[in-house]
Design a protein around this ligand. Structure first.
Ligand SMILES: *[C@@H]1O[C@H](CO)[C@@H](O)[C@H](O)[C@H]1NC(C)=O
Ligand SMILES: *[C@@H]1O[C@H](CO)[C@@H](O)[C@H](O)[C@H]1NC(C)=O
Ligand SMILES: *[C@@H]1O[C@H](CO)[C@@H](O)[C@H](O)[C@H]1NC(C)=O
Ligand SMILES: *[C@@H]1O[C@H](CO)[C@@H](O)[C@H](O)[C@H]1NC(C)=O
Ligand SMILES: *[C@@H]1O[C@H](CO)[C@@H](O)[C@H](O)[C@H]1NC(C)=O
Length: 357
């Protein structure tokens, strides 16, 4: 087979398989159908650290992710995912062939065997540092993980077979903008964020996790919260340049670690490129037309006072949802739809195959 078509081929296989199995592949099956994706290293557990892009149900119930219409596509009701359906974590778990790891908050109420797939410590709204939202920062998320290791919930052997996904920092920057915003301060703040993030990555590796997949920061200037100013026509290049600096510094830190460990322990998953490619429809959604207007969100508040999921005092809906969720890349002003995440996953699939070995 022509290798350039492999990602698409696997995607099709998965798609056909999921038609038969429904949600069970990600959320019910104990079989690991997709281990053939990962040739060398075969993680059996996924540990996730990050924000709303990765969260599958940790945040408090007061967040929008617990309100209708979040979760309308999957699983059919709001369960704490910041999307209409599956997110980043679910697709990565699918790739390595494990069930999407349970959110940390449910660890005591689920059957013990559900812990075997790893755990998701990501909380919507959080960052490397404190943000405008409540929730454990990345340091505290790693503290939770460390405590579970101390309590022998996960053993050395478990960790040896595990992989981590790290995806955050957007909230650090929105907090900086809201609290300070000094243009001269950006370079120094970005450096602080990446330095702290790098320390955190080392710490996760030090706890015994074998492979770390670290997301490069998405193009913040292309999020609907920014592009609303141009009626969803243009990304804000000023913001994207700042993101590029973050990603460059992160890349350098990771290259340095890999050189030190003489191993490709740390892998960058380039969310920036993947978003841009999908938005420009290069290698985005296979077998279908491009997203109608990739910058325009599906679910929006009726006015700037409201957002996706808002109700007024009498309980009346104050938002609208697009007719075809599959044709929207963004769900709300910040987060992709499930179709959007699938397209991002497909765009990243080649990297995943090459690097996660
Ligand atoms: C993370 O949160 C904890 C608890 O609130 C705080 O003590 C710590 O300083 C924070 N760490 C960073 C890097 O902001
Ligand atoms: C860790 O995994 C490697 C293969 O990835 C294996 O060779 C090694 O024996 C394992 N070590 C432990 C302590 O399980
Ligand atoms: C805002 O940024 C300036 C410039 O870097 C810095 O001197 C100041 O301490 C910052 N203020 C806050 C509250 O972070
Ligand atoms: C782009 O973002 C910067 C920084 O947040 C802001 O100052 C500027 O007004 C934005 N530009 C446009 C065209 O929206
Ligand atoms: C990698 O490490 C070697 C020493 O072990 C050093 O000479 C080299 O400059 C390093 N390369 C990078 C990219 O850090």
């Amino acid at each position: 087979m022509d290798t350039s078509h492999k990602p698409f081929f696997y995607f099709l296989c998965f798609f056909v398989l999921s038609l038969f199995l429904g949600n069970r592949v990600v959320h019910g099956s104990t079989h690991h159908h997709h281990h053939h994706h990962v040739v060398g290293f075969r993680p059996t557990k996924l540990f996730v650290f990050g924000d709303s892009y990765a969260d599958t149900g940790n945040t408090m119930k007061s967040f929008s992710s617990w309100k209708v219409p979040y979760g309308i596509t999957f699983p059919g009701k709001p369960v704490g995912r910041f999307s209409d359906g599956r997110v980043w974590t679910d697709f990565l778990a699918r790739f390595i062939g494990v069930k999407s790891p349970i959110p940390y908050r449910w660890r005591k109420v689920v059957e013990e065997k559900r812990l075997r797939n790893g755990m998701n410590f990501a909380y919507g709204g959080t960052g490397v540092f404190e943000t405008l939202y409540p929730g454990p920062n990345m340091t505290t998320q790693i503290d939770f993980f460390q405590q579970l290791i101390k309590d022998s919930v996960y053993t050395t052997t478990d960790l040896n077979d595990s992989m981590a996904l790290v995806s955050l920092s957007g909230n650090d920057y929105s907090t900086y903008t809201a609290r300070n915003g000094s243009a001269q301060g950006w370079t120094s703040f970005i450096t602080q964020v990446v330095n702290q993030l790098a320390l955190n990555l080392k710490r996760i590796h030090g706890l015994g996790v074998k492979k770390l997949a670290v997301a490069a920061l998405q193009p913040l200037g292309c999020l609907p919260s920014s592009t609303v100013l141009s009626s969803y026509q243009k990304c804000n290049e000023t913001q994207n340049q700042l993101v590029s600096l973050h990603n460059l510094l992160l890349q350098q830190a990771v290259a340095k670690f890999n050189n030190e460990t003489k191993d490709s322990t740390f892998v960058i998953l380039d969310l920036y490129d993947a978003f841009i490619n999908v938005i420009n429809n290069k290698g985005g959604k296979p077998g279908s037309s491009k997203f109608e207007n990739p910058l325009k969100p599906c679910c929006v508040g009726e006015s700037s006072k409201y957002s996706c999921g808002s109700l007024d005092e009498s309980g009346a809906k104050k938002y609208t949802v697009c007719d075809d969720r599959e044709s929207a890349f963004f769900w709300d002003t910040v987060h992709p739809t499930q179709a959007g995440w699938r397209a991002v996953y497909v765009a990243l699939h080649a990297t995943l195959q090459q690097t996660l070995v």
